[in-house]
Design a protein around this ligand. Structure first.
Ligand code: PY5
Length: 305
């Protein structure tokens, strides 16, 4: 039976293939060793047009992630962008979508070496609405630490890095929470399993710097820019667990999560346990921008049709 998220085509290695034919061999290097890089991008449908949010920035990050691991990105910025537009159009998607470009080390002999392995370039597009079912989430500090620059470069969006995220996410869900928050190897607040984190204290917005093991989120960058535009002070600094507990507001940012309020951490309410005013203002602004309702930010949007 077809699942409701299935679309007609997936783009693989330069051509559109039928959903059911989008397959790889079991000796694909990436299946064994987590050697792939990917992106998560959103397209927003406003009733007449679809806008892809910060497409070029996502593709640049994909190519940079590949560079860190020495993978051939196969296509350049334009090539990947064209593939994405082509896939959405082929599927005739007229709804909010999630776009997943995936670049993997493909079929080859069993060892670790990347030599003699072809790269495979894939684009999946899916109808997509909310990542979290609820308007605000309850989080726990994970007992797992966020990967560090000393072992896996956290700012490269690599498939294998997500084993770390899966451990934390499942620990949180199994303990009755919605999401996990990682501390970095030095015990500072890092990020969620698939989101960046911000706190608000006395009207100032804080978020951990790249040195705390974060993926440098495009939504994080967006929120920093719009917060400054709205006149708030935004400071990148190390955040302790105590500072997080005692924050007035806290929220996650991510392509999938968008701007999601954190209502409690380890069963301690953040503020009064409701969405705070600054989080609300940023969330509303973000939602207007991605839908193309803010003329000033149209340069972040790529129209599909
Ligand atoms: N940190 C991690 C570990 C992430 O996986 C993501 C994105 C972010 C931060 C936020 O980055 P950005 O704002 O650029 O999206 N996570 C993926 C996403 O599409 C989903 C992973 C399941 O939001």
């Amino acid at each position: 039976m077809r699942k409701e998220f299935e679309t007609e085509y997936i783009w693989m290695d330069g051509k559109l293939v039928k959903w059911d034919e989008a397959k790889v061999h079991v000796l694909t290097h990436a299946l064994h060793y987590g050697t792939g890089v990917f992106e998560g991008i959103r397209g927003y449908w406003n009733g007449t047009q679809m806008y892809i949010f910060r497409l070029q920035d996502h593709i640049k990050r994909l190519i940079n992630s590949a560079k860190v691991y020495g993978f051939d990105p196969v296509y350049d910025l334009n090539g990947w962008s064209r593939a994405i537009l082509e896939t959405i159009k082929a599927n005739n998607l007229k709804c909010n979508v999630y776009i997943r470009p995936l670049l993997i080390v493909g079929y080859g002999f069993i060892g670790l070496s990347l030599k003699d392995h072809e790269m495979q370039a894939i684009v999946i597009t899916l109808p997509f609405e909310k990542y979290f079912e609820k308007p605000g989430v309850h989080a726990m500090i994970s007992t797992w630490r966020r990967i560090s620059e000393m072992s896996n470069p956290p700012s490269a969006k690599v498939t294998g890095h997500y084993t770390n995220s899966v451990l934390a996410k499942m620990e949180a869900l199994n303990n009755g929470f919605d999401e996990a928050i990682f501390l970095d190897i030095n015990g500072r607040v890092s990020e969620g399993s698939g989101e960046n984190i911000f706190i608000v204290k006395n009207g100032v917005i804080y978020t951990p710097p790249p040195s705390c093991g974060i993926l440098e989120g495009i939504t994080r960058d967006t929120v920093i820019k719009i917060a400054r535009e709205l006149g708030y002070r935004v400071v990148e600094k190390e955040i302790t667990r105590t500072e997080l507990y005692l924050a007035d507001e806290a929220f996650f940012t991510g392509t999938a999560a968008e701007v999601t309020p954190i209502l409690s951490v380890d069963r301690r309410l953040i503020g009064n346990g409701e969405i705070g005013p600054i989080t609300k203002a940023l969330k509303e602004k973000y939602e207007r921008i991605v839908k193309g309702q803010e003329p000033k930010y149209m340069h972040w949007l790529t129209p599909v049709y």
